[in-house]
Structure formats: C-alpha cells, structure tokens
Ligand binder design. Sequence first.
Ligand SMILES: NC(=O)c1ccc[n+]([C@@H]2O[C@H](COP(=O)([O-])OP(=O)(O)OC[C@H]3O[C@@H](n4cnc5c(N)ncnc54)[C@H](OP(=O)(O)O)[C@@H]3O)[C@@H](O)[C@H]2O)c1
Length: 248
Amino acid sequence: MVEAAAEQLVCVAGAGGFIGSWLRTPKNSHLLALDGAQERLSLYHADVLDYMSLRRAFSLCDGVFHVASPISNDPNWYCYAKTVVEKTAMEEASKRGIQLIIVIPSVTIGRMLQPTLNLTLSRVATYMKGTKKAYSNAVGAYVDVRDVALDHILVYEDLSTHGWYLCIGDMLHQSEFLQMMRELFPQYPITTKCKDENKPMIKPYKFSTQRLGALGMKFTPLKESLYNTVVSLQENGHIPVLLHKSSL
Ligand SMILES: NC(=O)c1ccc[n+]([C@@H]2O[C@H](COP(=O)([O-])OP(=O)(O)OC[C@H]3O[C@@H](n4cnc5c(N)ncnc54)[C@H](OP(=O)(O)O)[C@@H]3O)[C@@H](O)[C@H]2O)c1
C-alpha cells in the first residue's frame, strides 16, 4: 500500500449533504460544530455548473471529494446523468493527467449529521410512518454512510488506487429489509404488503467489494446502519417517536 502525504488540503464538494457531512467539511452549523472545524475548515459557496466558483473552491487543494449532485426521483434521469458524468470525468482526467477514482455506493443509510432529509432517508421515513402502503418486488443494495465516507478516504490515501470501487455492504429483497425494520421497531406501522406478491421473488445480484476489501475495508452490519438511520430520523423530528423503541 502506498501512503499519501500526511497533511493534505482537500475540498469536499457537496459537504452539506448526507454523505459529504461525514467527510468533515463545514457548510452549515452542524458541520461548523465538528471537531477541528474552527482551525482547519473553510467554507465556500460553489455551484457545480459554475466553473469559476469551483476553481475558487479547489484553489490550492491537493484533492477533491466530489459528492455534490442534484438527486432526482426519476431513475432514468439519475442513471443517465451518472453514466455520462463518470465517462466524461474519466476522459477529461486522463487527458489532463489527473488521478480520478470513482467510488460507487449503493443506497446509503445511517446516522445523519445534517438536519434536512435527503431522498434516500425520506424513503425510509415513508415506511416508518406507514404512508408507503406496499413495497416493490425488488432487491436493494445498502451501505452505511460512515463506510462510504471511509471508503472515499481509503481510496484517496492509497496512491496505488485507480478506476472504480464498488461500495456495497449488503444486498437483500425489500421484504427482508422491511422485516429487519419491523424487528428493530415493531411499534411502527411498516407495511407487510408486496405490490406484486403473485410473481416470483426477485433474487439478489452477485457483486464483489473485493477491491475495497483489499484496502482493509470492513462494512458495518446492515442492522446497525438501519437502527442508526431510524434513531436519527426520530432525533431530527422526521418521524414521530413511538413508545417501546427496541435496541440493537
Ligand atoms: N444517498 C444515497 O443513497 C446515495 C447512493 C449512491 C450514490 N449517491 C451519490 O452521492 C452523492 C451525495 O449524495 P447525498 O446522499 O449526500 O446527497 P444529498 O444529501 O442530497 O446532498 C447533495 C449535496 O450536493 C449539493 N448540490 C446539489 N446540487 C448542487 C449544485 N448544482 N452545485 C453544488 N452543490 C450541489 C447539495 O447542496 P445544497 O444542499 O446546497 O443543495 C448537497 O450538499 C450524490 O452524487 C449521489 O448521487 C448517494
């Protein structure tokens, strides 16, 4: 493993978001309260579509963690945008001799540092509140937000890394995911109804996180991430706190 220099200046684009908040850069008051924020963190306003604002933010930085992105509910737009962005970024980085590494997290859950709900956690909240009346016959891949942040740091600090790194903790059917939620929090009205229960259950896909494993990555158990997600939703007032909360 090749070590990067110990002291580096980095920019986290999208620092105020769910994942970026765990990469330790300030945007809002919740980030300014982090350890060392006063001495080591500077805050810039930038728009990813505004070249000059990005230049200002990246100035003098050794590296950039780019986790800023508008996120859409439309899966077609989202997948298309991600594919085009990755392809273009790889081509441009290679032309300019910049080392670009892409971390691909699955659905990211876990404790929130930011007070606002992002799209992923708002979906968990709809199940907890019982507003989602049926789940899809589908599989989902999940990873803890702290693991996503750590993976970004691992690939950044190891100078031998290159290409794409799949960041997935667990993959399971929606029914199993919701069953885990019900076991942890039986007092919530989480649906047991599948949208198309007469069809064969979709099976999980095969995947490999061996590339991150080689860097020493060990993923957080899904049950722990899910527990932290729900407690975080309660603490931030996104779902009501119902009695008889279970513990891990
Ligand atoms: N959460 C997941 O389950 C998940 C899974 C896989 C991949 N990802 C990817 O991980 C990245 C971060 O996700 P997240 O969950 O942390 O999202 P998030 O909580 O919605 O945060 C997104 C961040 O991007 C910033 N942003 C949005 N549009 C911007 C623009 N035009 N210019 C500059 N900043 C902009 C937002 O800033 P403002 O708050 O100021 O708008 C926010 O800080 C995204 O690329 C997402 O596609 C997320």
